[in-house]
Each structure stands twice: as structure tokens, then as C-alpha cells.
Design a protein around this ligand. Structure first.
Ligand code: SF4
Length: 119
């Protein structure tokens, strides 16, 4: 079976084709660099994404957040449900963990500093 993907690791957007048989990867072609091979293999075996969104702070402000590692695509809905219920204690600094282990092996971190007055 052949599957062609657009590599999203950089703006070039190579069309990478992965050939599989019985769930095993036989070949990866079309990638201009090794990152594309790794990306395509992961997409076929276990697709993952960094989750980037906003979460509510204790005073109602929306704080930009992201997972510090890529989350399995089939776990993203559950992660978003956990984020919706958050009430982040202020202040936060860039990189502060606002939810430890929001998914297996992944923490949710603030991507912008916020104090109680800043909007
Ligand atoms: S294969 Fe390499 S050059 Fe092509 S889009 Fe992916 S990261 Fe960029």
C-alpha cells in the first residue's frame, strides 16, 4: 500500500510517499531530507501533533499554551477537554507547566508570561 503525505516539518512541503506491506514500512521516497523520512514514518505508524491553544486563567484571561511534546492524534480530543476545564493560577512565566502529564509523557506549558494585571 502506498500513501503520499505532505511533510509539515518545514515550509518546503515535500510530497513524501510511504510504501507499506502488512503494517511494515518498505520504503519512504520524495523527502528532501532525513526529517521528512522520520515525519512520514511516524505519520503512518503513530501520528502526533503539538497541541497549541489557549486556556482560561483563574481571573478569566485566556493564556496561550502548548504541549511540550507531540500528542498522539487520537488523544488530542481528550487533551482539549482537560484544557477546557483549566483555571490557571496567575502569575505564569513562559515555559511554566500549567498541567503536568496532560497526555502520556506530555505537559502543558504557558507560551506567554501573564500577571494579574496584564491583558
Ligand atoms: S522532507 Fe525535509 S525539506 Fe522536505 S518538507 Fe520535510 S523537512 Fe522540509
Amino acid at each position: 500500500m502506498k500513501k503520499t503525505l505532505t511533510c509539515i516539518e518545514c515550509p518546503v512541503g515535500c510530497q513524501v510517499t510511504v510504501e507499506t506491506e502488512d503494517g511494515k514500512i518498505l520504503s519512504v521516497t520524495g523527502n528532501a531530507c532525513p526529517r521528512g523520512k522520520v515525519y512520514a514514518e511516524n505519520e503512518v505508524v503513530c501520528p502526533r501533533r503539538i497541541v497549541t491553544t489557549t486556556a482560561r486563567a483563574e481571573d478569566g484571561k485566556m493564556i496561550p499554551v502548548k504541549t511540550n511534546r507531540a500528542v498522539k492524534k487520537d488523544e488530542i480530543f481528550a487533551v482539549m477537554e482537560r484544557i477546557k476545564k483549566l483555571s490557571i493560577r496567575l502569575p505564569v512565566e513562559v515555559g511554566d507547566v500549567v498541567y503536568k502529564e496532560i497526555a502520556e509523557g506530555c505537559d502543558l506549558v504557558a507560551t506567554r508570561a501573564f500577571d494579574k494585571e496584564k491583558r
